[in-house]
Design a binder for this molecule. Structure first.
Ligand code: GDP
Ligand code: MG
Length: 375
């Protein structure tokens, strides 16, 4: 999805390979070349996937991690700012394989290794929650930081998780696309106070779990205009027009507009809903047409964020882009508390107890010395 956005923008911000134990999962990809799709575990599961067995996912990834790393190396790694492993954490391959790959990448490269981990919705079953809890526990130890996106917080009531994927993916790309590209922009130094990739890296250096807030506002009063694709709008422009133009910027005080937008980003739905007052560090990013990127507004918004999180380190800057929208992205790093993570831990504990009980349960046997009539 990040590659799709790259293509639409005529950029080359991301390089990616895809890894899975299931051939069908790899076949469905549209933006990754065939040679960059790595099927692992062929001798074990014959391209059928590991199902929900994340221990098998981990084992297979361990056995074949060298071929994954060579595929990454072939894409060119000399100029990357960071590595990002993107995976759903509820299944088998992503859940088990991600921590393994992260560890290997950290052993080989100097650049930070991050994860974008997607939490399953409860309707996917307890086993998915169990897998996600185990994977996250391991990731917190292995990765430099783990961004979390919670499917259950983003899917609509009554909507099936599968039918929601493309919309959810759009929400993911919209947020992380702006964040990661902003760091890249820093090198070109076009904005007044652009962020550099090192500032993103420093924001994330506490490790643990991080979450991202986002808000958007129109800069014109022309409500018929809805250019929601592009860097700010994501890929498929699923954002409702009403939602986008909810707050019309023009005519308001530019400083106040930026502050209210940043506030909206932080108080609105985060990729992982959580108590933001427990965040260690934050990064505030305001993207939009240069005329709208008010420096004082960004500084004041940063102060406001600083007052509202646990730590005192708040970095930030602007990201000038051609658009009729202004977007605020707030990265809240190393959070201390999220209800959904606690819920996952709880479900995982119950699932573990259930399976222990199942193992202890043995069917009745007579004496093992008495031979049956036939075997
Ligand atoms: N948001 C989002 N989540 C997805 C998508 N595909 C899979 N997931 C999530 O990732 C989980 C694992 O995917 P699955 O194919 O079962 O596992 P794996 O391929 O063995 O890692 C699913 O249960 C979903 O919660 C997607 O396109 N978008
Ligand atoms: Mg799969």
């Amino acid at each position: 999805m990040f590659l799709e956005q790259d293509r639409k923008l005529g950029r080359n911000s991301f390089r990616a390979i895809a890894v899975n134990t299931a051939r069908t999962d790899l076949m469905g990809l549209k933006h990754i070349e065939l040679k960059d799709r790595i099927l692992i575990g062929q001798t074990v599961v014959k391209g059928h996937g590991v199902g929900t067995d994340n221990a098998a996912g981990a084992r297979i990834t361990m056995d074949e991690v060298d071929s994954i790393v060579s595929a990454i190396d072939r894409k060119g790694t000399h100029d990357v700012d960071a590595f990002m492993v993107v995976a759903g954490l509820g299944g088998g391959t992503g859940s088990g394989g991600t921590p393994v790959l992260v560890r290997q990448l950290k052993n080989i490269y100097h650049e930070p290794v991050y994860v974008l981990g997607i939490l399953p919705a409860p309707e996917e079953g307890k086993l998915y929650s169990f897998n996600a809890a185990r994977s996250l526990t391991t990731l917190i130890k292995e990765a430099d930081n783990t961004f979390v996106f919670d499917n259950s917080a983003w899917k609509n009531e009554g909507e099936s998780i599968k039918s929601a994927f493309s919309r959810l993916n759009d929400e993911i790309v919209r947020r992380f696309g702006v964040l990661f590209r902003a760091g890249e922009m820093g090198k070109a130094g076009v904005g007044e106070m652009v962020v550099d990739s090192s500032e993103i890296i420093n924001t994330l250096r506490g490790g643990g779990i991080s979450t991202v807030g986002y808000a958007i506002a129109s800069v014109t009063t022309d409500r018929s205009k809805s250019p929601l694709s592009g860097i700010i709008g994501g890929i498929t422009s699923t954002l409702k027009k009403r939602e986008a133009t909810e707050e019309v910027l023009l005519g308001e005080d530019r400083t106040a507009k930026i502050i209210s937008l940043v506030r909206r980003a932080m108080l609105g739905r985060l990729t992982l809903p959580c108590d933001f007052s427990t965040a260690e560090r934050a990064l505030v990013l305001v993207a939009g047409p240069p005329d709208e990127l008010d420096r004082k507004g960004i500084e004041k918004a940063k102060s406001w964020v600083e007052e509202n999180i646990a730590g005192v380190e708040v970095r930030g800057g602007d990201y000038p882009v051609r658009s009729s929208f202004v977007a605020a992205v707030v990265l809240l790093s190393t959070i201390g508390n999220a209800p959904r993570i606690r819920e996952l831990t709880e479900i995982a504990r119950e699932t573990k107890e259930d399976s222990v009980r199942a193992e202890e349960r043995k069917p009745l046997t007579i004496d093992e010395d008495i031979e049956p009539l036939f075997e």
